[in-house]
Write a protein that binds this ligand. Sequence first.
Ligand code: A3P
Length: 272
Amino acid sequence: MEPSKEFMFKYKGFYFGVNTSAEHVASLENFEIKDSDIFIATYPKSGKNGTVSKEEINLPLFNHLIQTIERYFFFLCGFNSEPLNLKPCNISDISVPVVLQIIYVTRNPKDVLVSYYHFSKFITTLEEVPDFNIFMERFLAGKVLASSWFDHVAGWYGHAEDFNILFLTYEDMKKDLRSAVLKICNFLGKKLSEEEIESVVRQATFENMKKDPRANYENLPDDIADKSKGRFLRKGTVGDWKNMMTVAQSERFDEALNEKIKTLPIKITWDM
Ligand code: A3P
């Protein structure tokens, strides 16, 4: 089953939502990047940990650093095989002396799939797919927003040497948030006091963020998010796929993706 054109369009090999346009995406390719910019890149539903909108900023992992950070971006796109990668163009020209700081977060793809499925149920600008099997097939075929999970992850890891990237995983952050905070501080060259580190860790826990109306985008209008059907901060666990996927679905998933996953330079944590 093909995704409906009413909800998605394809541009340079990637699926985008109709809340944006090809012109808008094309204009980002000319976006000028500064030395001080920080990019946070993830495939959707990988736990980018916070919200950014014009009006408000709520990024617990970064709150204490924010005074010194001029601007930062969330980046959902990956690299593709077409001539121009979907990212602001002066990143693709590595002769430009921009020392970008990019933080890339991966999450195990079965939990991503399940989180994405629930997300599709309450985000009204995404096509609702009532049947999990259909959604899984689309996900495996990369026919969802941001396209293929594997290509996204493989693309960013494939460029590990080209850019200044800190790779983190959702599961490592869940296991030891404090170490993740220290890694981020170290990567960004920021020194926090013990008290500040504790505070960042406290704010970034799922339990704390779940209570935060901003992290849950509670001010989003009903024609974008039907809050009676779900929320952004849903379960926040590792291995939730086991509650959703049947053995047959899990095997189908493994059959489609496991050989490819073996080629990635990371070990996927499926459960904790
Ligand atoms: P679940 O649907 O499995 O709960 P994104 O922020 O990239 O859209 O990803 C959303 C997923 O990350 C949701 O997963 C959400 O609960 C989880 N998440 C977001 N912030 C989190 C946090 N601070 N700790 C744990 N999980 C978090």
